[in-house]
Ligand binder design. Structure first.
Ligand SMILES: Cc1cn([C@H]2C[C@H](O)[C@@H](COP(=O)(O)OP(=O)(O)O[C@H]3O[C@H](CO)[C@@H](O)[C@H](O)[C@H]3O)O2)c(=O)[nH]c1=O
Ligand SMILES: C[C@@H](CO)CCNc1ncnc2nc[nH]c12
Length: 455
């Protein structure tokens, strides 16, 4: 760690696993460059302070009821948290900005800036009124962030439902999505967010900088377009876990028995399956997945989060005799040490929901994917994987045992899979170069450090 530079940065992650990991990663990066770190966080999904003894954590109330905390409607959660947290966040930030420590009367360290998630809609005017520069962290792929502001317009103009003949058309304003992808994104739930998107766009444009966990090698065109659209400095500092391992910000405890189990498997033979931290599935979808895995006859490591199969606690509804058959080839856990799993020599493929972190973690370990997106930006990440980088096979929403078995065989056993494996190896190397001395992610990170040091 470098010695302190006398500056403090305040971070305010959005309380979802997919947003907490990148923000805590950013905290580690900035701390390693000499910044002191204060993390303001909600009580809901609070990061484990004890895993980060060098940071200061400040908790604010979020006003969520127990039922609201359990909702799997992310859009509703986003609106509730934005409504409830504004005033506690204002109080907390105002206190932090007072020049003297209220207990000791000593002068406090200078605060350089606030970095918060693009999902917080009240932060920009608040920071402005307190004369504190604010930078925005966004945890989507750049293409999704840049283009998703057009969704309300597409909802009005796409005349859903779609005709069969137009399902596969590309959507001009949202490349490389197909019309059928957009129609899936535009479900009833997302309508809740329409009125907020304009606000996010305006608030981001008014900020002092925008940070992405991506790099030129992954999304160059969108990055240059975003630089034109936003007219603020944009930093694409690379996939966040490439700087430090992310497991310390896991909200659940990883099952470490995965690794000795993988040690017993052959090279590139195991298919790893995880649908991230938000997606829920039905009981019958779970059965299609487990049968698809079992029928492929490949060993598998499957993550089923507690509460992620609707209407059940965990996997207790799988009949005993089926569990016996599954156990011959597979292992089911509640939470995996994902990065260590993807790094393991035994892993040959990743059946994923294509959250942005999972997608880049897979790319960085050159693990080819089977794409099973469920919502929002996952549809775009999956299109990049299957159609743009061509490093995976898209299930096209078919959660059916035969389709899953077929995709696993194509990926793990057939020549098509070999070609995919070669391409992802090349992509991994390309992304890896962006962290070298003159690489794009490395330079962008240096620019970010300079920017917030002299802001
Ligand atoms: C289920 C599971 C997850 N993880 C880690 C891997 C990833 O770093 C992280 C999950 O992040 P993501 O892959 O982005 O997925 P998720 O949690 O669904 O993220 C949400 O937020 C993401 C970023 O905004 C979006 O791209 C996703 O679409 C959205 O669903 O949690 C584990 O380490 N072990 C696990 O067992
Ligand atoms: C708080 C926002 C902006 O950073 C990220 C959450 N990500 C998501 N936002 C909206 N719908 C989703 N469905 C799955 N994940 C979603």
């Amino acid at each position: 760690m470098e010695k302190s530079n006398g500056l403090r940065v305040i971070l305010f992650p959005f309380p979802l696993q997919g947003c907490i990991n990148p923000m805590i990663q950013l905290a580690k990066i900035l701390h390693s460059r000499g910044f002191s770190i204060t993390v303001i966080h909600t009580r809901f999904n609070a990061p484990k302070a004890s895993n980060h003894p060098l940071f200061t954590f400040l908790e604010i109330p979020d006003g969520l009821s127990e039922t609201e905390k359990r909702t799997n409607n992310t859009k509703l959660l986003i609106t509730l948290l934005n409504r409830n947290c504004e005033s506690p966040f204002r109080d907390c930030l105002t206190k932090l900005l007072q020049p003297l420590d209220s207990e000791t009367g000593d002068e406090k360290q200078r605060i350089s800036c606030l970095i918060d998630d693009s999902g917080w809609m009240f932060a920009q005017p608040l920071a402005q009124s307190l004369k504190l520069p604010r930078l925005v962290l966004n945890t989507y792929q750049v293409s999704f962030f840049r283009n998703h502001f057009v969704l309300p317009k597409l909802r009005r103009e796409m005349y859903l439902p779609l005709q069969d003949s137009e399902q596969e058309d590309r959507v001009q304003e949202f490349w490389p999505l197909l019309k059928k992808d957009v129609s899936r994104i535009l479900d009833v739930e997302t309508e809740l967010l329409d009125p907020f998107l304009d606000k996010v766009l305006k608030m981001t444009k008014a900020s002092s900088g925008l940070i992405f966990m991506s790099c030129e090698e992954l999304d160059q065109d969108s990055l240059s377009q975003a630089r034109e659209d936003f007219e603020i400095p944009i930093f694409a500092i690379g996939p966040s876990h490439s700087h430090f391992p992310a497991s310390s910000s896991s909200l659940s405890t990883p099952d470490e028995t995965c690794i000795p189990w993988l040690d017993k498997q052959e090279d590139k033979s195991v298919i790893y399956v995880s649908l991230g931290s938000i997606v829920t599935i039905s009981e019958s979808e779970l059965m299609e997945i487990v049968w698809g895995l079992r029928n492929s006859d490949q060993p598998f490591l499957l993550v089923v989060r507690v509460g992620s199969v609707r209407g059940t606690e965990w996997i207790e509804t799988i009949p005993e005799e089926i569990m016996e058959r599954l156990n011959e080839k597979g292992k089911i856990v509640k939470w995996a040490p994902q990065q260590d799993v993807l790094k393991h020599r035994a892993i040959g493929g990743f059946l994923t929901h294509n959250g942005w972190s999972s997608t880049v973690e897979s790319v960085c370990e050159a693990v080819p994917m089977i794409c099973l997106p469920f919502r929002w930006d996952q549809w775009l990440n999956a299109r990049f994987v299957s159609d743009v980088w061509m490093v995976g096979i898209h299930l096209e929403g078919r959660v059916e045992r035969n389709e899953i078995e077929r995709a696993i065989r194509r990926l793990m056993l057939e020549t098509e899979g070999e070609a995919i494996r070669e391409r992802i190896q090349l992509l991994k190397e390309k992304v890896g170069r962006s962290f070298e001395q003159n690489g794009s992610a490395n330079q962008s990170l240096q620019n970010l450090i300079d920017h917030i040091s002299f802001i």
